[in-house]
Design a protein around this ligand. Structure first.
Ligand code: 7TS
Length: 405
C-alpha cells in the first residue's frame, strides 16, 4: 500500500488553493508534477556541480559528467536496456521520433515505400512521418481503431508488407488511455523484418517497461510526464541499429576529430548528442527514476488502476455523460463528453472549482475526427492522486450539469 500523505508531501505544488478550492491536479497526461527529490537534484546540480560535461579535467566538470552519465545508467535500468550506449538523451518524445524518422528511416526510404502508424497516435507520431513522406514520396498507412478505442488488427497482415519500412505506434494513447498490445505487434512486424518504434510517452509514468522483453527496436519518452523536468527525454535504440545510423545533428561532443577534409564521429551514445545537453534535466530525470523505483512502479500502477476503475464506474453511472475510450486495457486517462456542453466550458467550470483537467483535441485530432467530436474533457491520473480527487471529478461533472440544466 502507498502512503499517500507522505507521497503528497513530496509534491509541494499539490498543497495550494486554486480559486478558493484545494487544487485537484488531474492533467498528468499533459505534464506531471515534480517531487522535491527531483527539484532538489536539479537545484543541487546548479548550486554545487554546474559545469559542462565531457570536457574539463576540473572537478566540477567531472562531477557534472558523473551525474549526467549516472542518469543515463538509471534510464538504462529503468527500461532494462542492455547498454548505456543504447540510451540517447533528447528533448523529449517529439525530438526522439523526429530523430528516428530522419536518421534511421529516411536513408532507406524510396517513393512507394510505406510507414505504418495507428489511428490513435499523438501528432508527434504522425507529423514527422508525414514530413518524411513529403521528402521521399513514401506513404503513410494507418492501423484502424474500433469505437471502443482499441486497435482494429483485422487488416494488420496486409498493412505490414514488404513496402513497410517502419511500424511506429503508441504504447498508451494520450487521448483515450488505451494500452495497445505492442508486444504482439512487434512480433508480427519482426516476422516480416519490419523495425518498430514505440512511443512510450504515456506509458513510462504508469507501468514497468522492459525493452528487452518487448524486443522493440526503438522506444521513446519524455521526462516531464514522468515527474522529471521539461526539455529532457530519452530515446532507446538497439545498439546495432544506432551504430549503423548517420548522426542527426552535427556539432560539439558528437565528434572524435574534425578537420576540413574529414570528420570522425563519436561513438554511441554521444554520436547523437550534439552540443551541450540538458545536463540539469538529465540529472532531474535520474532522480525521478530513483523516486518511482523507490516507491515501486508496480505499486504506483496498482493505485492508479484503482483510481481509474473507480472514476470510470462513477462517471459511467451518471446520466448524460459519455466516456470516449472504453478499451479493456487502459491506463490513467478518462476522456469524456457531457451532453450539450462544449468541453472548453467543462474545463472552465472545473477550474473554477480548483480542478485541473485538459480540454481540447489533445494533439490527437484524428481521434477526434474518428468520434466526430471537436474535443473532449480529459482527466488523467498520477500515483499522487486520491479517491477524494476522483470524487471531486464526479462532483465537477454534476456541477456542470446543474449549471447547464
Ligand atoms: N506521444 C504521446 C503519446 C504523448 O501523449 C505526447 C504528449 C507526446 C508524444 C509528445 O510529448 P512531448 O513531451 O515531446 O511534447 N502529450 C500531451 C498531452 O496529452 N497533453 O499535452 C501533451
Amino acid at each position: 500500500m502507498l502512503d499517500l500523505q507522505t507521497i503528497r508531501n513530496d509534491f509541494p505544488i499539490l498543497d495550494q488553493e486554486v480559486n478558493g478550492f484545494p487544487l485537484v491536479y488531474l492533467d498528468n497526461a499533459a505534464s506531471s508534477q515534480k517531487p522535491i527529490q527531483v527539484i532538489d537534484a536539479v537545484a543541487n546540480y546548479y548550486r554545487h556541480d554546474n559545469a559542462n560535461v565531457h570536457r574539463g579535467v576540473h572537478k566540477l566538470s567531472q562531477r557534472a559528467t558523473d551525474a549526467y552519465e549516472g542518469s543515463r545508467s538509471k534510464v538504462r535500468g529503468f527500461l532494462n536496456a542492455k547498454s548505456d550506449k543504447e540510451i540517447i538523451f533528447v528533448r523529449g518524445a517529439t525530438e526522439a521520433i523526429n530523430l528516428i524518422a530522419q536518421s534511421f528511416v529516411r536513408p532507406k526510404l524510396n517513393a512507394g515505400d510505406e510507414i505504418v502508424i495507428s489511428h490513435m497516435e499523438h501528432h508527434a507520431n504522425i507529423v514527422p512521418w508525414q514530413i518524411l513522406c513529403e521528402q521521399t514520396g513514401a506513404s503513410l498507412k494507418i492501423i484502424p481503431m474500433t469505437t471502443a478505442g482499441e486497435l482494429d488488427l483485422s487488416t494488420i497482415d496486409e498493412l505490414l508488407n514488404d513496402r513497410t519500412k517502419i511500424l511506429a505506434v503508441g504504447h498508451v494513447s494520450n487521448a483515450l488511455g488505451t494500452i495497445n498490445p505492442i508486444k504482439d505487434l512487434i512480433k508480427k512486424a519482426h516476422a516480416k523484418d519490419i523495425p518498430v518504434l514505440i512511443d512510450g510517452a504515456q506509458a513510462v509514468p504508469h507501468m514497468i517497461v522492459d525493452v528487452q522483453d518487448l524486443e522493440c527496436d526503438f522506444y521513446v519518452f519524455s521526462g516531464h510526464k514522468m515527474f522529471a523536468p521539461t526539455g529532457i527525454g530519452a530515446l532507446y535504440g538497439k545498439q546495432d541499429l544506432l551504430e549503423a545510423m548517420p548522426p542527426w545533428q552535427g556539432g560539439g561532443d558528437m565528434i572524435l576529430s574534425v578537420s576540413f577534409e574529414h570528420t570522425q564521429y563519436n561513438e554511441l551514445p554521444y554520436k547523437f548528442e550534439a552540443g551541450t545537453p540538458n545536463i540539469a534535466g538529465a540529472i532531474g530525470m535520474g532522480a525521478a527514476i530513483d523516486y518511482m523505483q523507490g516507491l515501486g512502479i508496480a505499486n504506483l500502477a496498482q493505485h492508479e488502476h484503482a483510481l481509474l476503475v473507480a472514476a470510470t464506474e462513477k462517471v459511467t453511472a451518471l446520466d448524460g455523460v459519455q466516456i470516449i475510450g472504453t478499451a479493456k486495457q487502459k491506463a490513467s486517462v478518462l476522456s469524456f463528453m457531457i451532453e450539450g456542453v462544449h468541453p472548453h466550458d467543462v474545463g472552465t467550470i472545473f477550474d473554477q472549482q480548483g480542478v485541473a483537467i485538459r480540454t481540447g483535441h489533445h494533439c490527437a485530432q484524428p481521434v477526434m475526427q474518428f468520434f466526430g467530436i471537436p474535443a473532449t474533457a480529459r482527466a488523467s491520473f498520477a500515483f499522487y492522486n486520491t479517491m477524494e480527487e476522483v470524487d471531486a471529478l464526479v462532483d465537477g461533472i454534476k456541477k456542470v450539469q446543474e449549471l447547464f440544466a
